[in-house]
Design a binder for this molecule. Sequence first.
Ligand code: LHQ
Length: 257
Amino acid sequence: MGSVVFETKEQIAVITLNRPEKFNAINREMALQLQAALDQCTDNSCRAVLITGAGKAFCAGQDLDEAIDPHGPGMERILKEHYNPLITQIRSLQKPVVAAVNGVAAGAGANLALSCDLCIASDSATFIQAFSKIGLVPDSGGSFFLPRLVGWQRAAGLMMLGEKITGAEALQMGLIWKTVVAEQLQEEAMALVKQLAAMPTRALALIKEQLNQSATHNLAQQLALEDQLQQQAAASDDFKEGVTAFLEKRKPVFKGH
Ligand code: LHQ
């Protein structure tokens, strides 16, 4: 079995980080397999994606053995070839991506989770911006997502102090969508992706685009974007189905286009 397990169930893709003995720390092999798995998710048959970790941890971030290996990929390639393409792939994938954080999420592992559209964590999960503890700075989009998710002051605290926070604390500060008891994480996460996969996929992709752009737009730009994207949403079959089903007082059956 590889460093990443990729499974499809109906219209859902499940990606499992699979180096449990290393707390799913990311090495080059895992990063490239993760990119390949996300590439497969661009297929129209896939309507929602779940990313989770095998074993006790979600992901301990960069494999530090590889980071200092003179025969390893080296600092520059790690960001340029591993993390930056990965985070870009998640943000540009035209369907919802859910992170199910089953244990510790540290460094690039934490920011991988935060780059997803929704993050659901077990009550035993923890989040650590571990970078400053080893003399590094947040990467994998952390310095972009954190201030936008939790505000400047909390972002500064998390990024500078690098302390471990619990799932409950992450929820309280708006870092994640929800927490559930550990035993129910996989079931609840699967229910969430199933719910998303049955929704109007095109509209969800356009909502994702709104969120992506809102991070840097002013109001005039965002209103113009809403106008443009609403025209696209209104042209979808799922919009017709949504309105028809409402008027016929029945549940809509969305096809994802
Ligand atoms: C690990 C790791 C790990 C290797 C646990 N690597 N083995 C970008 C650019 C280039 C270079 C650097 O990085 C980056 C991005 C980043 O992600 S920087 C941040 C990298 N990550 C960290 O600094 C976290 C390091 N790990 C930890 O602080 C702890 O292991 C955590 C808090 C994740 C878990 O603590 P514990 O629950 O006490 O478990 P543990 O420390 O005993 O770890 C379990 C095993 O996993 C252990 O192996 P062993 O053979 O002794 O059982 C660790 O060595 C291994 N492991 N993280 N990142």
